[in-house]
Ligand binder design. Sequence first.
Ligand code: PLP
Length: 364
Amino acid sequence: MGDNEFNFVKEAFDTNWIAPLGPHVNGFEHDLEEFTGSKYAAALSSGTAALHLALIMLGIGPGDEVICQSFTFSATANPIVYLGALPVFIDSEPETWNMDPELLEQAIKDGIAKGKKPKAIVPVHLYGMPAKIEQIMAIANRYDIPVIEDAAEALGSTINGKAAGTFGVMGILSFNGNKIITTSGGGALISDEEKFITQSRFLATQARDNAPHYQHSQIGYNYRMSNVCAGIGRGQMQVLADRVNQRRKVYEYYVANLSNLPGITFLPEPDGYFSNRWLTTILVDPEKANGIDREAIRISLEKENIESRPLWKPMHLQPVFQKYSSYINGISEQLFNTGLCLPSGSNLTENDLNRVVNNIKLNY
Ligand SMILES: *Cc1c(COP(=O)(O)O)cnc(C)c1O
């Protein structure tokens, strides 16, 4: 937390606005619009909820195919299955580790050929590194398929100065406890199309029709963010730019101190790409690293009570998603087998970082 979150929360208490609506919700939405450059934002209970509503608003239902990045957290794919739709998983390209545009186009062509054009595309800006979203948008536009960007990990990331999450028809953000800023739990839907944001607010508050009694002509959800959480969010927005700076400094520290070790590589930003560096990730090639692999480093750090974690296990390799179709080039599996997320918190001191680096060096 920064300095002002508590003041916003206190204001919510002092004014008795504790409901899933109120001035902080409106204020937080406004802050998000301003920061991302998106015209409209709806503050919701989670990023998963935002994605669920986005898919509902695109009319996705049982049996529909939705193209989804395989290398991600399961929350990207789960809402597709909530709706009875079928995810089609797409592997990664090596430059950003996100959705491979070539495989995407292949999957679209195959879908059309069998008479089942995909209903939506869900790319992810994983670890804060923007996907090749301009290429993905060009393909999506060519086939007229809507894109929902999962920018849950990428608040503060941009491509040629434009915020991740603002390229597709809708984007989703997350303020879960582990993200770059947090509202303890929460998310948002962003869009330049007002109708999606208006409708998402309606669906997120139980789809109550405009009547003095409780009248419903649609199934609703309880997905709105509370005024207390939004108060935390407003305080966090004031420190977001600092958090991005801090995370980027963590990344630079690791690069400066580890990249001379044989077999360790990082994920540099392609030209025009700006990552919030939510997590710093390394790849470890045992053939070049004297036989040391990712697990050896992870276990050695663990012995020092330092937590690190393998990269996301791709969805096409997850037991729960294995039955769905996928377009695979081996890259995400390779990333999963050789990659490690290093401690990346915004509050790490140079001393903390030095401990991590020294422990890794000891293995060599
Ligand atoms: C965290 C996360 C989500 C889900 O956000 P919640 O707010 O936790 O529901 C979705 N996608 C990705 C890539 C995430 O990291």
